[in-house]
Design a protein around this ligand. Sequence first.
Ligand code: KG4
Ligand code: ZN
Length: 341
Amino acid sequence: MNMLAIETSCDETSASFVSDGTKVKSVVISSQIKIHAKYFGVVPELASRAHIENINPVIAETLAKAGLSFGDFSKKIDAIAVTVGPGLAGALLVGVIAAKTMASIYHKPLIPVNHLEGHLYSSFIENKSIRPPFLSVLISGGHTELVLVGDFGKYKILGATRDDAAGEAFDKAAKMLGLEYPGGPIIDKRAEFGNPDAIRFTRPYVKGTWDFSFSGVKTALLNYLKINPVKNERNLNDICASFRQVVAETLCYKSFEAVKKFNLKQIALGGGVSANSLIRKMFVREGRKNTVKIFMPSLLYCTDNAAMIGCAAYLKQKECGLNYTSLQLSPTPSLLLENWH
Ligand code: KG4
Ligand code: ZN
């Protein structure tokens, strides 16, 4: 099954041509980081405008990279998949309108995809051996969730952040440190040259639940910086390493407690923060120790991209035989992760 997938939930305009859910023939991601960097976060109105400008060129480039043109649509594309939520209302609307328009013109089925399901199944693109049950560790700029995936489309959210998402914590910490947006990759890079034991921030384990809370570590960093302003590059790298260490340890500790408790043998990471080099290493190391298989997307598929949307849509269709018409769907900014029927 050949699918054209579209993703516009936040600040990346992306399209992908995916065969049978995992054969990615082409993927194009147009990032808006430069537009939002000076505001240290995504400005919804600017994001919508940039999506409007980018969406047609991104789709055209995706088709071209797969050796296709709009003229091949009827013969070569079987369905269109699109992110319908959660995300920014105006941003989602641009992708949904583009998808609906093509579905109407070319009479193709349209498959709505939850953005979180995209991240949740992103490991499936490059790993043929993964199948439920597994623990999904969803860590992005807007979400931090531990999800027990009992079967395709059968989700139980074990815990979530009570305040900042992991990516948001990295981004806010970077701003305090005078670093650029998005802070996650910058802190990650600097941390490689720093000492993770330089500052001992308290681990925010939120005992007795599977929830997370990262706002306390952020405040701890703020208080630390008030008394100990950044001295030099080396000191800055130490702070980055210490901050990254506490976020990584917290995520890893809770995830492995959950797999033990629910007797799971697989963990799949997903979302922008799963690009973090320490988090990746730590999960692999703990996985070996505990005989838990760790799956993670390559860096290209960690942050927002349309290939993961095509993958999730294919699984949804294959495992549950879901069919839609183009008129049945609209963007849902606060869409929850729901079980498939
Ligand atoms: O999944 P994503 O592209 O967008 C959302 O759905 O939110 O994730 C973006 C987030 C940002 O907060 C960014 O700082 C973080 O992922 N991120 C990282 C790394 N690369 C991206 N955080 C930590 N380490 C990284 N290497
Ligand atoms: Zn995302």
